[in-house]
Design a protein around this ligand. Sequence first.
Ligand code: SF4
Length: 592
Amino acid sequence: MAKKPKVLLTANYGPNELGWGEDMFDLAASRLVRGHGPFQITSHMHHAGLYLIAENISNPTTVLEHPHWEEFDAELDKGYDVIGFQLKSVQTAKIARMMKRIREKSPESKIVVGGYGVGTLNNPVPGDKNGDAVYIRENADYLCREEGVRFMRKLLGDDPVDREITQNHLPLCGLTLPGLKTTAMRAPMLLVSLGCPNACDFCNTSAFFHHKKIYVAEPEQTYRYIKRYQKRMGFDEMFVLLFDEDFFLNVDYVNELGRLLRSDKKTWGVRYFTFASARSLSNFTAQELRDNGLGAVWIGVESFQLHNPGSSEAIDDQYNKRKGKQGIKELFEDLHNHEIQTTGSLVLGFDFHTPENMKEDIDRFVELKTISYQISPLTPCPGTALYDRMIEEGRIFDTFRWEDINLWKDDVFELKNFKKGQIKEFFDYAHEKMRDDVGPQPLQVMEVALDSYREVKDKTDELHTFQAERIRYMAMAAASYARAIKKHHQSAKVRERAAMLERRVKKEIRPNPVFAAGIDVASRFIASKIKERVEQPPEPIVSDPPPRWTYYHTFDDRVWVKRGRKPGKPQPYKDAGMLGIGTTIIKFALRI
Ligand code: SF4
């Protein structure tokens, strides 16, 4: 039998560039909880698509993540038949350089390019003086603009192409909490679907799939993979990231997954984070959402100047996804009162924005008290309707480069009412308000827990009694940050908020003495660590994650891995559990 082609899957080489001073690859620090200084949460994510493909083809495959140029160059000596890239537009120049090196060193290798950057290649930005997009377009053997697993199976003759896409070996993403450097909380990611029919004009991921939604996992499969992750992590209580651009559009899917999660007490503690719109959430009550397993949701607010129910202030009403049965503020409050945390996204720089109404947008957005947020300048991305309109109107600057396709740029097109560099002032204002009005994330965990405990504490059925207990533990665990915030936060308003919430925990949750003593010890430790962070100037931020080689169908049926700049030999992959350290402590605490 002929040997199967050997496959290498990779993305750009590092180190990566920073976005307005933060590591773009750190989703928490650069975007979702940006700007909290000594209380900053940091994170790491993986190129999940590469791992998903590797798991689902039967060829010997290496996933190479975060190489430096030299590591990538050396890897080519291993002789790969097929080399696949995940292209992000921001990395177009680097991927073109890597492809040129393949053509020099390994001219027989077939090159495949996938990822959302493929959607931009037909419309090179004017600053692409090197012709990198055209080079990629003309020199890749295959460009993938569809679901990647089935695409690769077809290309490799790996039948049957339509067999199940499994999600058993994806790496976990991780959060590092402020003051607890060694404790990285890990969470699994699962892909439910790709694409979004809402077709917002600025949205690249929706345009990429021509505004269609393509399912990758049915509810039964998603549930099965969740259970598998429980086993991998040795923990029943966990947060899962479900990737679906607007999960609640499909009512049957949500209800079926919720039914499955409720069907076994072992999965009552599973909660998921996903993406939604005000309109799709209107298909459910907040209680239904919580009881179906929703724990946190990302909602595109975009701007309050757009249509709001019951309001006459509509300026530009093209974003139908925002039209729910409640106003934005009511929707967020309702979710918070039902144990559902929120991420909101706000866009700065629409044509209707003026300095006055943009400030009003920011002030109203901060009042939503979301636990995390994405506040970003509007950026026209090639391949979207917004970019086409800006080209037509002659508003794209000649200096616009691929490196500028990110969320930290305000000088790539002509804004109606702002000069170059002016949006950054509003961006900073927004993040300072988040820091000094709302404060670090443990406060939002406490507040949501306290408000939702009121709603559920008197219910007597088993599921809601379980939820009430979970909420109590959540409030108590988050309260261990109150001491550090009261002592070391720069904002008096936030210090008072911490004191008020701590009083509420004592009064409304009434931790038992053993747990109260545990919180006290933990809070002193955290406060001492935060104090160190206040007193020591932070180290310069760099974006240079360690490389990682993951091998599938290579040495045997197991997944093997080696990591780091001096990696040693590959070892069979082993999960570190939900917490880097502390799993045993947490398990013990949850049983007190
Ligand atoms: S709702 Fe979100 S994912 Fe869908 S088109 Fe709009 S911005 Fe894109």
